[in-house]
Design a protein around this ligand. Sequence first.
Ligand code: SAH
Ligand code: TYD
Length: 425
Amino acid sequence: MYSEESMGVCKICHHELKTVISFGKMPISNRFVTGLGAEEYVYDLSLGWCPECLMAQLESCVDPAMMFNDAYAYFSSISTTMEDHFREMAEEIAGFVSGRPDPFVIELGCNDGIMLKHIAGRGIPHLGIEPSANVATRAKEQGVQVLGEFFDARTALEIRERQGQADVICGANVMCHIEDINSVFEGVSVLLKPAGVFFFQDPYLPDIIRKTSFDQIYDEHVYYFSGLAVSELARRHGLQLVDMVPKEVHGGSMRYYLRRGVNHSVAEDVAFHLSQEKALNLHVWRGYVSFKEAVDRICSDLKQTLVKIKGKGNRIAAYGATSKSTTLLIYSQIGPDLIDYVSDTTPTKIGKYTPGTHIPVRSHAHFIQDNPPYTLLLAWNHKREILEKEKRYRKKGGKFITFFPEVAIVYPVNQRFLHRERTRE
Ligand code: SAH
Ligand code: TYD
């Protein structure tokens, strides 16, 4: 069992944090390296938990301007699953504002416009807040109105002054990125119409704990939300958590719906999810003490599996130069000696090297032509889409290596069924 007192302080309530796991020095997870000579910026990555307001969070954070700028590597429109997901989100929003006078929709972290382009296409007044200029440009090209700033309480007041309050304020995979979350919630409280709705979704802490999917822990993800922590945060800002809806994306996410005030009717699902979280002991320190042990077991199994495969003279590629794999590769000490290259479809990543580990990023065309016998599935959250897309590779004998909740090799026995070969006794 692991227990280390943390010197970190909760960013929400200022109580002292308890350290769940320390990963050591890490580079910026989305900063792909161009030339191999230059020194990379590093920081100490560790996860802490606040026993007072129950929020799991990074103990020390990276300056947002170093992560979110005109060279931000993550473009949201990278998969058909995400395109479908955000089309549905836009439909839900359009339904919510339909018939309302002067509707106004605000999205925080709209990225390349994957969601708001559908709102813009319906002629609904909207605003995307997006500080990363390169992805914001892509959104604007699709008719999306974008404000190129970091959202906080000050920005909220400025928007209210210029454009009035919003019926919907939403954000996907952005709320967990913003260190000064008190300022964001303050901003939402002043910018939301009294009858408006604020909803956001992020990777769900219980999924991370259950699957040991520790690669979700990296510089951009400052917070690891649970319903327990979100309801407390909302309460502190005069908002109420009224619904929780699980989403499959990003390896297990939760969408939280909040309203202004305190006397709303609350969906039964909220009590259900909160009781599930308590059953996992996420309201007490006991729920966190064995996480490091589970992480270390997966890392050691994965490394041993790759060493064994490589030792037999096999090439091993990886699939998806994800930001989260920075934590996995560095903490497991997996580098170019084991992985020949990472295949990725993002043009701005191809030709560069992974942060810290310096594995070359190659195009998908290269992967198809090379046809490696083994491929480490770093973009495991897109497993269904990728296994479907790579049917031909698998039919030719290509094997995918997965690692959550345990290390396994996936290959087709026939066209319809997947066979899992366990790598652990
Ligand atoms: N919503 C998209 C993008 C997620 S990536 C999706 O789910 O795919 C997170 C995005 O939030 C990045 O584009 C980043 O530039 C943006 N971001 C980071 N801090 C922000 C802040 N304070 N306000 C608004 N956007 C922010
Ligand atoms: P994502 O899983 O969203 O991860 P993170 O938030 O950790 O960066 O990123 C997926 C990455 O995988 C992205 O760089 C694009 C790449 N990718 C492919 O190369 N092929 C694919 O079929 C898919 C779905 C993703």
